[in-house]
Design a protein around this ligand. Structure first.
Ligand SMILES: C[S@@+](CC[C@H](N)C(=O)[O-])C[C@H]1O[C@@H](n2cnc3c(N)ncnc32)[C@H](O)[C@@H]1O
Length: 264
């Protein structure tokens, strides 16, 4: 099971598309799949006004499918990665398209709700994505954002994974306060902020060491062999050295959300 926070801030711009094409085959299995999507859908649904709902960075549709079922509304989506969208298309039909969140091929004021989940840490310019969301939303339309930053119950695996991503370098500026400020600059009113309900999963230190070694997180994909050896290998070794490294631990995380409104 996943370490969902572990796509932090590569800020890799166009390279993200390539990264997620490579991650598509393992994405659902390593990020909680439809179960995680269902839990997030329950958190996001109360903020959705319909009927025209757009998910930006829809990925495999792991959130959009349960959200659509819950709302009884079609959810359309865009993403940079054709391989992620191929999975979404199996789930949602032809309601998905390849494009950049910073330049949406969508008419102004034509959408009731925009949903953005675990995406802002990956884009080159968060402000531009929020400006685009504001442009496509009708006055009074809603924006629901779930950030990738987790609040985790402390555990031995989480401590090492957090250490790894701190060592990998500065995070993208997708903390909740910064995103709330940027949303304000894009003309949004922030109407709600908080943490998603708890997402729980089980995994062992060895499971996570193997995930790191297989580079199943976007921010590991483009590390040179030397950097990988310096930063990732010691953490994988530390994971394997934990007590009972093959025993699965119950892990959990909650994620920051922001609910915003385009002023009427
Ligand atoms: C961590 S996944 C989240 C997918 C989905 N929202 C979910 O909750 O499972 C991030 C997705 O954002 C997409 N993405 C990254 N940068 C993007 C951009 N500039 N425009 C559109 N999609 C982007 C990636 O291709 C990837 O599918």
């Amino acid at each position: 099971m996943p370490d969902p926070p572990a796509d932090p801030g590569s800020g890799a711009g166009r390279a993200v598309s390539v990264s997620f094409d490579r991650l598509a085959p393992v994405y659902d299995a390593t990020r909680g799949g439809l179960e995680r999507g269902r839990a997030f859908a329950l958190d996001v649904a109360p903020w959705v006004v319909g009927p025209r709902v757009l998910e930006v960075g829809i990925g495999t549709g792991a959130l959009a499918m349960p959200l659509s079922q819950l709302l009884g509304l079609p959810v359309v989506g865009v993403d940079l990665s054709p391989a992620m969208l191929a999975i979404a298309r199996d789930r949602l039909g032809d309601r998905v398209a390849v494009c950049d969140a910073e330049r949406l091929p969508v008419a102004s004021a034509s959408i009731d709700t925009v949903v953005v989940v675990w995406v802002l840490q990956l884009v080159t310019d968060i402000g531009r994505v929020l400006d685009e969301a504001a442009r496509v939303l009708r006055p009074g339309g809603h924006l629901a954002i779930v950030l990738s930053r987790p609040e985790q119950r402390p555990d031995d695996i989480g401590y090492l994974v957090k250490t790894l991503f701190e060592r990998l370098g500065p995070k993208a500026s997708d903390g909740p306060h910064n995103v709330a400020d940027l949303a304000g600059e894009s003309g949004f009113l922030v109407r709600g902020a908080g943490l998603t309900s708890e997402h729980e999963w089980e995994e062992s230190p060895i499971d996570v060491a193997e995930q790191l070694e297989r580079r199943v997180f976007a921010s590991l994909l483009d590390l040179t062999a030397q950097r990988f050896e310096e930063v990732v290998t010691p953490i994988a070794e530390a994971l394997r050295s934990l007590p009972a490294p093959d025993r699965r631990r119950r892990r959990s995380a909650r994620y920051h959300y922001l609910f915003c409104e385009r002023p009427p």
